[in-house]
Unconditional design. Structure first.
Length: 99
């Protein structure tokens, strides 16, 4: 499913990162189910890419660093799922609380 980038750009940074957090959580929770995991990873990558096109400077660096950490869980040497999940869940909580 292709993301509507114009609609996505209208969301706040917290809303965008909160939505990415949902896909990160899905990927982590389904890491033993290759089909579901890979689908969540691909959706997260699409959301990361849509988000990076909206920002410059420090925000862009943060988004790219978060994307790298997420991908390291599945394709690199990072094994701390809880740390990555905790980082992303903070965005989901903040977006839900309207901060």
């Amino acid at each position: 499913m292709e993301i509507n980038r114009q609609k996505w750009a209208k969301l706040s940074f917290l809303e965008q990162m909160g939505n990415i957090s949902s896909e990160v959580g899905r990927a982590i929770n389904s890491r033993n189910d290759v089909t579901r995991r890979d689908g969540a990873i691909m959706r997260a990558i699409d959301l990361f890419d849509a988000t990076t096109s909206n920002y410059r400077g420090l925000r862009l660096r943060e988004i790219l660093r978060a994307k790298t950490e997420f991908l390291e869980l599945f394709y690199g040497n990072l094994t701390d799922y809880s740390g990555v999940e905790k980082y992303f869940s903070q965005f989901a909580i903040a977006a839900r609380n309207g901060r």
